[in-house]
Design a protein around this ligand. Structure first.
Ligand SMILES: O=C(O)CCC(=O)C(=O)O
Ligand SMILES: [Fe+2]
Length: 540
């Protein structure tokens, strides 16, 4: 019972929904605009009633070809639809937009682990987790949950059975990535965001993500993680000056379809004024207006805080630090010259920019503008360097090349920022010899030997376009290196969630086995500051 017609953009389908699924007591045709999922023919998918992740109210979602979509509701005061030779009295417009299923499944997984206090809770099987009383349609999401929940869960396999348990630190890392990518996207979506300062955009991004999160524990933990002061948005009035309200706009809207709530409370299933009052996610305009309140505090240091990874307190990993376009431009410059800049070493090629580094300081050479553009961005956005970065080493590694475990020299200020381009790679950190027990005087590790102090060693997965920063303890007390193997295991890396959440489409990762296949060249830019500069060396 579906009629379809195309209007303006995407694919419009008018859905005839039976009373049991949609609106009690009435059979109505409604118009829904949904992305054409490509391979589903004219099948519009299923409408599932699931609990809204924030309000917990029964909310209608469209599940189509493995994609979960939330539904926005727009209603003009007067209007109907002409659909072929049929008139639909209800002039509402429903619009389905993809929603990350992790948001929707988060409360279900949270509840299923039956966590008490500090106890991390129980590992459970998926079908058990997705058994939610009163909401049988969660079972439709079995295969989807299997695909996406590993990002926020610990998993255990016993024979052919797989068990899942939500992991708070993974959830927070994933949420931080969501906030970061939204913060990046907002200025391109709306010129108001482009005009405001970065801190405010971050606050706005958290607020929007917060529309899909329960305040306790997730939203509060997220604010905490980002170093923001939590302010309950529901206690503040909506800023209706920035964005016109529903009446001014002659449009009413909601994305929370309340048939379940109405059924439960015995309210008539009609589009009464009350039924339009949403309880779930707010419409996008409302979200934005609420997000615009300027009552949260942030500074660069606190922002950087949210990128901390692992237990060593001085390692930061920022995914997507440069865009695809910036990556291409940088590679064009690196490979664009005559080629004479490259110095071939035993296990890699190297370009040295900024001058010669000696034990006593730098004999400087001006950095080209394409490099100062990126070093200035690192300097300004991290706030970790006391003055401009003045030295950059560019390393090129083929898949079977690496760099031996080493410590960076004493001439540098003890902060390193490494921008990765091209192939992903795993960097290993192991404690410096002097930190290990006195009987342990094996120096093989300095020469790339296989021995590893597993208790304190850690690794970082460096995805293309990411920035890795390490400083202080991680700079002075650890050796860092990259093995020369074309396959690397990333099981033990401290930033798996951050790295993978940002690049889920990367084909070179071998999902379950956690093996990285390095099948491309990697280029890195090691950006540092040499504080002592011999300015007058060549002046007479
Ligand atoms: O290529 C990398 O990621 C590391 C380079 C490095 O450690 C160095 O240049 O000192
Ligand atoms: Fe290094």
């Amino acid at each position: 019972m579906y009629a379809s017609s195309t209007v303006g953009f995407g694919l419009t389908r008018s859905l005839k929904m039976s009373s049991t699924v949609w609106w009690e007591g009435v059979e109505k045709t409604r118009v829904l605009i949904a992305a054409d999922s490509g391979c589903g023919g004219n099948k519009p998918g299923e409408l599932l009633t699931l609990r809204h992740p924030k309000s917990e109210n029964g909310t209608c979602y469209l599940f189509n070809n493995g994609m979960l979509q939330e539904i926005q509701w727009f209603k003009q005061s007067y209007g109907s639809w002409f659909l072929g030779d049929y008139i639909s009295q209800d002039g509402s417009l429903y619009m389905a937009t993809p929603v990350d299923p992790v948001f929707i499944l988060l409360p279900v997984f949270d509840q299923a682990r039956m966590k008490k206090g500090d106890d991390p809770g129980k590992f459970r099987q998926l079908d058990e987790i997705l058994f939610v009383e009163g909401y049988p349609e969660y079972q439709h999401l079995l295969s989807l949950a299997e695909k996406c929940m590993e990002i926020v869960c610990q998993t255990q396999e016993v024979g052919s059975m797989k068990f899942y348990r939500l992991d708070n630190s993974k959830v927070l890392a994933w949420l931080t990535c969501k906030v970061r990518s939204l913060k990046k996207a907002l200025p391109a979506l709306d010129k108001n965001y482009a005009a405001q300062d970065e801190k405010q955009t971050l606050v706005d991004a958290v607020s929007i993500v917060g529309e899909y999160l329960k305040t306790e524990p997730w939203l509060k933990l997220l604010y905490d993680r980002l170093g923001l002061e939590f302010v309950d948005p529901t206690t503040k009035e909506t800023n209706t000056e920035t964005f016109p309200n529903a009446i001014e706009n002659k449009m009413e809207y909601s994305n929370s379809l309340q048939e379940r709530a109405n059924k439960k409370t015995g309210k008539p299933g009609k589009q009464t004024k009350q039924a339009k009052v949403e309880t779930g996610s707010k419409n996008i305009r409302d979200m934005f207006s609420r997000a615009c309140k300027k009552n949260l505090i942030l500074d660069t240091a606190m922002e950087l805080e949210s990128f901390r990874v692992g237990l060593t307190p001085t390692v930061f990993y920022i995914p997507g630090f440069v865009t695809d376009q910036e990556q291409t431009q940088l590679l064009d410059h690196i490979y664009g010259g005559s080629g004479s800049k490259w110095k071939t070493l035993k296990n890699r090629r190297l370009q040295n920019w900024g001058g010669m580094v000696h034990e006593k300081g730098l004999v400087p050479q001006e950095l080209p503008s394409w490099l100062t553009k990126i070093t200035a961005k690192i300097h300004e956005s991290t706030g970790l360097f006391p003055s401009n970065i003045n030295h950059v080493l560019i390393n090129e590694y083929h898949p079977d090349q690496g760099i031996m475990p080493h410590q960076d020299g004493p001439a540098y200020f003890p902060v390193v920022a490494i921008l990765s381009l091209g192939s992903p790679v795993v960097m290993d950190f192991s404690p410096h010899l002097r930190l290990r027990s006195s009987s342990d005087d094996d120096i093989s590790r300095e020469c790339g030997g296989p021995e590893r102090d597993n208790q304190h060693s850690f690794s970082v997965l460096m995805m293309p376009r990411s920035l890795l920063i390490f400083k202080d303890d991680a700079y002075s007390d650890y050796l860092h290196g990259i093995s020369d193997s074309p396959t690397q295991c990333y099981k033990q890396v401290v930033n798996e969630t951050e790295a993978l959440a940002y690049s889920s489409g990367d084909s070179r990762k071998d999902g379950d086995n956690k093996i990285l296949h390095r099948d491309q060249t990697r280029v890195s830019l090691t950006c540092r500051l040499v504080p002592k500069v011999h300015k007058n060396l060549f002046r007479f």
